[in-house]
Design a protein around this ligand. Structure first.
Ligand SMILES: [Zn+2]
Length: 384
């Protein structure tokens, strides 16, 4: 046991996205290292942040630069190597055993599942967004009266080869919604308004009745197929109102999903990672990760993981990079996860609160074993 075997552990990244295949200039690259929709104030840079610092420290050497290379040198080196080579280097460096990719966000801008499989040299599986399926259905056109059955069929079809579902209701009003399944007549009425609006542009599902209908349709399919249901929680772009994404607002829904035997995976969670840890300790079906908060917290990611592990059972925490757009985020997510988890457990060992064998079991469970238990991956527990 020890550092060597920890580095060799192939992580299962249970929530991530594709990378853009295009070469990025300074502004283009900076847009991918911030969740803000807007450029930074004039005279400042997104590099002047914990994630920017982490990129200069930990990503520059992967591109053959000295640690702490300047932002201009960094972006110039990326352009010199080309988007493909950059993506391949970071994805290989991440040491992933499998990638579970959410295909419901800006998927026309990023590499396909096939492309990501080639870049990563690892198996890739799909997670289907409940809301994206509704929006695609509305774009194709359907009668409001037929919406409930058409949505159920579309979801079944879209998820045929998928290993999980995801809801972004956090971004469409948050979690303070009625957790019960909506009445069919209410769904049809709401579908009428949604489909009318869809006729006049790009449909965006924001009606709470339809969002709840999506979650319940997804939950029943998840039960039948043994798939988990992911929820975006907490940290994310300014499309959400953070206080409405506290996962404890999902408590009643979580209790109902215990009854259905459907596992729930809470994604990112920051700054509600302690609340997520509490839910994971209370409900057998709740799993969570700290996802993109790892790379956005950079030097503070060790403290983040320590807090996430305060009360959560070791069997309930998962690894994800939530990488999107640039492959640096795959490398940073994996690297900071390994480092932060090692720091926490080595600290426990130094204080004589944990032994080496137990710490290695925890590292394996969080990095891979827990995900292999709840996702039906064809690689299964034999994954190397
Ligand atoms: Zn994501």
């Amino acid at each position: 046991v020890g550092v060597a075997s920890r580095e060799e552990l192939r992580l299962v990244d249970h929530h991530c996205h594709g990378v853009v295949p295009t070469d990025l200039d300074r502004a283009g690259f900076e847009a991918f290292i911030s969740e803000s929709f807007r450029p930074p104030p004039s005279g400042t840079s997104h590099f002047e942040s914990p994630i920017g610092l982490a990129i200069r420290r930990w990503c520059a050497p992967v591109l053959g630069l000295e640690p702490f290379a300047s932002p201009d040198d960094y972006v110039a080196r990326r352009l010199e190597l080309g988007a493909d080579e950059v993506a391949r280097r970071f994805l290989r460096e991440a040491g992933l055993g499998a990638l579970l990719i959410d295909t419901g966000f800006r998927s026309d801008e990023v590499d396909s599942l096939e492309g990501m499989r080639a870049l990563a040299g690892a198996p890739v599986h799909e997670i289907v967004r409940l809301e994206a399926v509704a929006e695609a259905l509305a774009g194709r056109g359907v009668d409001a009266g037929a919406y409930p059955s058409a949505y159920a069929e579309a979801l079944e079809e879209a998820s045929r080869g998928a290993v999980g579902f995801k809801s972004i209701i956090a971004y469409r009003g948050g979690f303070a919604f009625d957790p019960d399944p909506p009445e069919n007549t209410d769904v049809i009425r709401a579908a009428g308004a949604f489909l009318d609006a869809a006729g006049s542009g790009r449909p965006r599902l924001s009606d709470t009745v339809l969002l709840r209908f999506g979650i319940w349709t997804g939950a029943r399919l998840a039960r039948d197929r043994g798939l988990p249901l992911q929820f975006h929680v907490g940290w994310g772009d300014p499309d959400l109102e953070l206080h409405l994404t506290n996962p404890t607002l999902l408590t009643r829904l979580i209790r109902e999903l215990v009854g259905l035997d459907v596992n729930v995976a809470l994604l990112h969670c920051y700054p509600f990672h302690r609340e997520a840890g509490y839910l994971a300790a209370m409900y057998p079906n709740v799993y969570f990760d700290v996802g993109s908060a790892l790379h956005y917290l950079g030097p503070s990611s060790g403290r983040l993981l320590a807090e996430a592990m305060e009360v959560a059972p070791f069997s309930k925490l998962l690894f994800s990079s939530d990488a999107f757009g640039v492959a640096e985020l795959y490398h940073l997510g994996a690297m900071l996860h390994r480092r932060a988890l090692g720091e926490v457990l080595d600290g426990w060992i130094r204080e004589d609160q944990c032994d080496a064998a137990t710490s290695e079991r925890i590292i394996e469970a969080i990095g891979r074993g827990n995900a292999l238990r709840i996702y039906p991956l064809p690689e299964g527990p034999g994954l190397k």
